[in-house]
Design a protein around this ligand. Structure first.
Ligand code: SF4
Length: 339
């Protein structure tokens, strides 16, 4: 069952400060994205900084209004719901932010921080509220003793546990984790990953896990969607990403993974060349958006935008290399072009 689903969801920003805005001043941060998260599934959303991952998360949470497309939650179209109505589903989706310390008020105790979302919604008796807060702290491995502490008295791992506890007070169905380990060392990352895995089983949670770190994806996620300049360029089962990724951009991301996970160790092929991603402002682009960096680019790539199409069971990619060709032949073409 699909918990949340988007259909060609688009968010376009207009550049400010122009007297006469043109089509080039429309900046598509999220461009026709169709994705879904199944109930109980962990979907990894990967891509470089500025690829549109966080804007996509904000669209799901109703913190941004979509320019086009549809958002469905539990099968219901919530795209045009107003602020009040959206509150009813917002408690069912919660966000775990990336930088714990800066997302907390240093003058608040842990109890107040974790209970903050409940205050925003109101209507809960003090005794029940305290019980819910302590239960959430307990679920993330922090006892009642932590309730009276302040952020500066906690370690990075404890702060991230508080962050997760805050997201759990509404007993959500979906947790959107935006780079949840970015400020943690390797050991703490493993601990928080394990905690999230345990919570998933215990509470029947679904996750949208946003990251630029592919090394954690194959362990933690069921499925991966790769985003480049606002578009999804590949989706496939996470366990198969190291061996079966097709899109040159995904392969380049894999090449850039520091090889802590030996399954992700691979030959240095397909690394993108040239300048980093074009600024989003250059939005009127013909053909493939990865064209200027792709070592396998062909003439057709400069004029025809590749569609996200099924290439194998449960595997979709947007790349002309694999269009209407047998898989083996396409791979061969890729090798030759690189040489
Ligand atoms: Fe490279 Fe062309 Fe595929 Fe784009 S469509 S990723 S430019 S080969």
């Amino acid at each position: 069952m699909r918990l949340i689903e988007t259909e060609r969801l688009t968010k376009v920003y207009q550049r400010e400060g122009r007297w006469f805005p043109s089509a080039n001043d429309a900046v598509p941060a999220v461009d026709r994205v169709s994705l879904h998260v199944e109930k109980g599934e962990t979907l990894g959303l990967v891509g470089e900084s500025g690829s549109g991952k966080s804007t996509f998360a904000r669209l799901l949470l109703g913190l941004e209004t979509a320019t086009e497309g549809r958002l469905l939650f539990g099968g219901e179209d919530v795209t045009r719901w107003g602020f009040k109505r959206l509150r009813t589903i917002r408690s069912r989706m919660q966000m775990v932010f990336q930088n714990s310390y800066s997302s907390f008020d240093p003058l608040f105790t842990v109890e107040r921080i974790v209970g903050e979302p409940l205050s925003n919604y109101g209507g809960m008796a003090a005794r029940k509220r305290r019980r819910v807060i302590l239960e959430s702290l307990d679920m993330v491995g922090l006892g009642a003793a932590y309730a009276e502490r302040y952020p500066h008295e906690l370690s990075g791992g404890q702060l991230q546990r508080v962050n997760i506890a805050r997201a759990l007070v509404f007993q959500p169905e979906l947790l959107i984790c935006d780079e949840p380990f970015s400020s943690l060392d390797f050991k703490l990352r493993r601990q928080i990953l394990t905690l999230l895995e345990e919570l998933k089983i215990r509470l029947g949670l679904s996750y949208l896990y946003i990251t630029h770190d592919l090394s954690s994806v194959s362990r933690f996620c069921d499925r991966v969607a790769v985003m480049y300049k606002g578009q999804i360029v590949e989706t496939l089962p996470a366990a198969r990403i190291a061996e079966e990724a097709l899109h040159p951009y995904t392969r380049a991301l894999l090449d850039a993974v520091p090889v802590q996970d030996p399954r992700l160790r691979r030959s240095k092929t397909g690394r993108p060349v040239g300048e980093p991603a074009l600024p989003h402002g250059e939005s009127v682009i013909q053909g493939c958006r990865f064209c200027s960096r792709c070592p396998a680019a062909m003439p057709v790539c400069t004029t025809v935008e590749p569609a996200l199409e099924r290439k194998r069971p449960f595997h979709h990619a947007a790349c002309h290399l694999y269009a209407n060709e047998a898989e083996g032949k396409a791979s061969q073409t890729f090798q030759i072009v690189k040489e």
